[in-house]
Design a protein around this ligand. Sequence first.
Ligand code: ADP
Ligand code: MG
Length: 286
Amino acid sequence: MSATPRSGASAFLDVRDLTVSFPTSTGHTDVVSHLDLTLDAGGALGIVGESGSGKSLTSLAIMGLLPPSATRSGRVLLGGDDLTSMSEPQLRRVRGDRVAMVFQDPLSSLNPYYTVGKQIEEAYCSHRRGVTRRQARAVAVEAMERVHIKEAGRRVDDYPHQFSGGMRQRVMIAMALSTEPELLIADEPTTALDVTVQAQILELLQEIRRDTGLALVLITHDLAVVSEIADHVVVMRRGECVEMGPVEAIFSDPQHEYTRDLLDAVPRIDDEIAALRPVAATGGRA
Ligand code: ADP
Ligand code: MG
């Protein structure tokens, strides 16, 4: 069974029978178990599930970045190339050129002692040979403009602490996009941000998808986030896929109780209005 039902054509990202295990005192435990998923070029796949369901390890397994104690089986095909049979240097090229990742906490991903521009330049230069400093700087400024950081030409010389959380996440996205990847894996990219900023970052990801045709794997514990952006969704629980399909189908007719529970946890706009009403009724704000 695959997350994107298809008729014969091969998917851009095709993960087959992925299993990730860790050793235990009595043997081993599977934290991702026989997972299949596919994503078309330019598509957006949401992976949802509660904390500990195996979402991050799935993305690390796709990228070949699992901790050394983990074992992986199954296949990961990207544009028909089998990442699981590549050497480390080949994989590094794939990670720089074709796939990029954005993580939850933009602050811990940025080095406080270097300007954001320097860090984007470094990321770019580590994947592009023979680039001059000037070219790299131009790429950094352009990447920052692309994620709508105002006065990018000046702010490129600022340090991470001079940016808000949302702006730092924009910097991380700029860094990820600087090498023009075909696939972006975003692991809880908005979880550390407040709701308004979350919406802005999701809007930015949508815009980038529209403009570049980038394929997106969006990992989140929040089905509301998936509904904003993804066209297909995989629901994970304890390392297994419990349900998958087009977003509308999962939202309108969830088959699994676990999916229904996740949906029940999504705040609805009418609930929020109801919650606000007493404040409005008393006419006051703190
Ligand atoms: P999620 O991203 O969905 O919150 P993870 O993919 O990070 O979940 O983790 C899935 C499971 O694997 C969790 O139960 C976690 O405790 C376990 N796990 C993660 N990393 C390790 C590790 N290095 N060694 C052993 N177990 C791990
Ligand atoms: Mg995670």
